[in-house]
Design a protein around this ligand. Sequence first.
Ligand code: C2E
Ligand code: CA
Ligand code: CA
Ligand code: CA
Length: 281
Amino acid sequence: AKALGKAQYQVFDTAMHEAVLRLLQLETDMRRALEAQEFVLHYQPIVSLTTGHITGLEALLRWQHPQQGFISPIEFIPIAEETGLILSIGEWVIRTACQQLRNWQQQGLVDQRFSVSINLSARQFVQTNLIQQIDQILFETQISPFHLKLEITESNIMNNTKLVTSILKQLKKRRIHLSIDDFGTGYSSLSYLQAFPADSLKIDRSFIQRLTKSSVNSGLIPAIISIARAMQMSVVAEGIETLEQLTLLKHLNCELGQGYLFSAPLSIAETNELLIKNPCW
Ligand code: C2E
Ligand code: CA
Ligand code: CA
Ligand code: CA
């Protein structure tokens, strides 16, 4: 038993060692990934649940690693945050998404109300020049601030309340749309919701997954929707995968939705095709 224990320990140790090496390798590789143009943005439609039309797109970052293939943002964003690389990657994301939106506008593929949503990390708020950076990018790309939606998670807000609130207020003044992402998974407290100038809440997909006919009038989702309404915020349901979920969310008067039922995140070519088709769900 003793020998076996030691062997198991070694297996564990080797696995740990390999995991650590992989992280270090990813960190090294990420330093040149931006310049090597290994990052791309994919776009997922955000759909009006009342009209069935696409109202905007969320930009989602993808890393096409030359040896390891596609690496999920769930894996590499935490490393980018820890190393600070998220600052340059994050700036690239904002600029690229705004340029792309400008392209779509110029091609006449999107209308005047169409927006692009971008995810921001807490680190980007703590840097000194986020506001200047965004002003500069909007100027360069000729995008109007109200076509830009910024998504920030609850936990990001909670980690640095004072600073984040003051920056959000400056963004708000410019009429940039602010959205609280993964709503319901953090410390949702009503008092902080009131302190933040958010325009919309995105209900985390874990809640949508648990939505059933029998729970539709109880549970968290109807509560979130009525809070949002009381605070004049709109609601986006994330991760809609089934027709049943869609029907229930419509019944609850949820305005907007996103999920595989409509479309997975798409490459630019695929997004172009979808915009040309202009589907109505
Ligand atoms: P998120 O912002 O909550 O994005 C939604 C995630 O859910 C995306 O995963 C999307 O592909 C996935 N998703 C959408 N619809 C469905 C569905 O119907 N079912 C299921 N199971 N999943 C669905 P993705 O693209 O892997 O991104 C994961 C997370 O990585 C994002 O979560 C976001 O927190 C982060 N992320 C992605 N791009 C960026 C970025 O540019 N900057 C920052 N800071 N974070 C990013
Ligand atoms: Ca998001
Ligand atoms: Ca989310
Ligand atoms: Ca999430």
